[in-house]
Design a protein around this ligand. Structure first.
Ligand SMILES: Cc1cc2nc3c(=O)[nH]c(=O)nc-3n(C[C@H](O)[C@H](O)[C@H](O)COP(=O)(O)OP(=O)(O)OC[C@H]3O[C@@H](n4cnc5c(N)ncnc54)[C@H](O)[C@@H]3O)c2cc1C
Ligand code: SF4
Length: 588
């Protein structure tokens, strides 16, 4: 379906709302506010890419000049390089014309992720993955779509650490339902209090090794369920831009779904919002400062730079909605200094950039279901995901060594490129060995909660600037003792569960990947009831500036261990309903 035309921006008018960033959060804000009849301007720093030409999910590897890899003179930073080098990345990589984060290691995503040299950052080691284009990271996200529960919202009540959220699951549940129905999600009901069910469409199927693991761990009281994918498997009658999932198999390739069965913000949210006639979209527009009315101290609009011409513009708005992704949003708030807000807008608490949290990754296991070796191949590529093994730590009993929990994402089965079959040798015998055994392998990796601590934070670098002259972000962020103890436990439990399933272990590890690897950064402008200890209220509205909202992962109070995107969108929907109501009442 052709994309709707986007009207030109009119800088002489005052928009009802300006939304900064077009990913999951900015897309959702655009959808909800335009549905309320507000006139919205959406500013996106990146380009609008011809996304189907980028993703090419039906292209065979042998039709690609680089077999899907990066072209010559391009490089994506790997784990060892993140470990031994320090940001800003560039020195040491002089031979590479283009330099990407670790995710940018394929021909299909090289234009979606940023060039690290144009977008530097400094400070402690961090693998920061950014996608600067219409739709942001939703073009390539992994689609695991999970809900949070009161085990997360009220975690402090359980272990005394950090803060509770100012909301409960009951406040957000109706909005999770709206997101499920509007965007589509696959999965199976499990009735778990700590991982609430969604309104699921047709689920994917577990394969033989996955079912073996599921029944193997049942006796331990642990739950393995089908991947809860932010994918429409039954189709969405109200959305003409998205197809249902045909299980074509390209999901295992990094890069998105070019029939848009998997949710992405442009086809899921922004094109339908453009169809209302209430949305104006301007791409190539980097917001560099939220401006303030000197009389009232309220937000008055946004300064932005055209990335192609470098011209600097100002747009006026009644409400400013920041949705540039957790770290970019913090950067923009800190950049927006004025007489009324000398530490950055909305930062009277000095909490902007702090309490930064995410998920820790690395520990995992790889093994073999011996009795599946030599069985005929099965079609396992044709699924948007494998399985999710839900949290089991610190739910009923307290673990003696760490607080909070973790889950595992995993999968098994045959694929176009059988990976890690641990077969040795070369030539025809090697190929035969790989073919024979590929369906028997199964692996899973853990995602654990990183505690939200004030001392983990980002601020502005005093000297380093990006390509457009905007001060870069500086990281002061490290995993702590709780995370490393949890990593040890992840390894032990992975091993005990594979043993219970009768799998032969090929490799098991507690090695923790570089900070940032999960791409689930959260918490830099947390919500709360106390303006001294939080930046936003429960509607993601600034305590200091009532017509300023921050609607992305910045608002999270803790990271939980569930992937955040579905919660970002449910929270954003709730906040934008409130915003529209307040604006109508003249309260903003
Ligand atoms: C490979 C990969 C796998 C992932 N897997 C999962 C998963 O399985 N489950 C899950 O829940 N999450 C997953 N994520 C994370 C998920 O993509 C993010 O949580 C989600 O996209 C966050 O939405 P956002 O709107 O906050 O940020 P983004 O999607 O990053 O969008 C932010 C947008 O703001 C724009 N922007 C930034 N700064 C400015 C500025 N100054 N002015 C104007 N625009 C600006 C950016 O260009 C970008 O388009 C994954 C991410 C990646 C990359
Ligand atoms: S398996 Fe489904 S969601 Fe994944 S790329 Fe294919 S059609 Fe898209």
């Amino acid at each position: 379906m052709p994309e709707p035309p986007a009207p030109e921006v009119d800088l002489s008018r005052t928009y009802d709302a300006v939304v900064i960033g077009s990913g999951a959060a900015g897309g959702m804000a655009s959808h909800v506010l335009t549905a309320h009849g507000l006139k919205v301007l959406l500013l996106e720093a990146g380009k609008k890419l011809p996304i189907e030409k980028e993703l090419r999910s039906m292209e065979w590897p042998y039709d690609n000049a680089y077999r899907g890899g990066l072209p010559p003179h391009s490089h994506s930073i790997n784990f060892n390089e993140y470990t031994i080098r320090k940001p800003p990345f560039g020195p040491g990589f002089e031979k590479s014309k283009h330099l990407y984060s670790y995710i940018g290691n394929s021909d299909y995503v090289k234009n979606i992720v940023v060039d690290e040299r144009e977008n530097p950052y400094t400070g402690t080691n961090y693998a920061w993955v950014r996608a600067r284009c219409l739709g942001g990271k939703t073009n390539i996200w992994g689609r695991l779509a999970l809900r949070l529960s009161d085990y997360d919202f009220k975690a402090k009540d359980r272990d005394g650490f950090g803060e509770n959220w100012p909301i409960s699951y009951a406040d957000l549940a109706p909005y999770y339902d709206k997101v499920d129905l509007y965007l589509g999600i696959t999965g199976v009901k499990e009735n778990l209090p700590y991982l609430p069910d969604s309104l699921f469409q047709r689920p994917t199927k577990l394969n033989c090794a996955e079912l073996t693991l599921k029944s193997g761990i049942q006796k331990m009281g642990r739950v393995l369920t089908q991947y809860r994918a932010g994918v429409t498997s039954d189709g969405l009658k109200h959305n003409k831009y998205r197809s249902r999932c045909y299980g074509r198999g390209a999901c295992s390739r990094k890069g998105g779904c070019d029939i848009h069965a998997a949710f992405d913000s442009p086809t899921g949210l922004i094109y339908p919002a453009l169809d209302t006639g209430n949305l104006t979209l301007r791409t190539n527009s980097v917001a560099r400062e939220i401006t303030v009315d000197p009389k009232t101290g309220k937000a008055s609009g946004v300064h932005f730079i055209d990335t192609e011409t470098r011209a600097d513009y100002h747009v006026k708005a009644r409400v400013v909605i920041v949705a540039a992704s957790t770290l970019e949003s913090a950067r923009l708030l800190l950049l927006s200094k004025s007489r009324q807000h000398p530490n950055g807008i909305g930062n009277s608490s000095n909490h902007v950039g702090h309490n930064f949290c995410e998920h820790m990754m690395g520990p995992g296991i790889y093994g073999r279901a011996k009795d599946l070796a030599g069985k005929p191949p099965t079609l396992d590529d044709g699924r948007p995901g494998g399985f999710y093994l839900t949290r089991f730590r610190n739910l009923q009993e307290k673990h003696g060594k760490f607080i909070r929990g973790y889950g595992f994402e995993g999968g098994s089965g045959c694929s176009m490129f059988p990976a890690g079959t641990d077969a040795k040798g070369f030539g025809a015998d090697f190929k035969e060995e790989v073919r024979k055994n590929q369906g028997a392998y199964i692996g899973m990796g853990a995602f654990g909660e990183v505690l939200a601590r004030y001392e983990n934070y980002v601020d502005l670098d005093p000297t380093v600037k990006d390509k457009w002259g905007i001060p870069a972000l500086r990281f002061h962020y490290k995993f702590g003792e709780n995370e490393y103890k949890m990593a040890e436990d992840m390894k032990e439990t992975a091993q005990e569960m594979f043993d219970a399933a009768g799998f032969e272990t090929v490799h098991v590890s507690s090695r923790v990947l570089t900070e940032g690897w999960s791409i689930h950064e959260l918490g830099t402008a947390r919500m709360g009831d106390d303006p001294k200890k939080s930046v936003l209220n429960q509607f993601e509205q600034s305590h200091d500036v009532k017509n300023l909202f921050v609607v992305d992962g910045s608002a999270f109070v803790n990271a939980s261990c569930q992937n955040p995107t579905w919660s970002i969108m449910a929270l954003c929907w709730r906040s934008c309903d409130y915003l529209a109501d307040e604006l109508r009442k003249g309260n903003l």
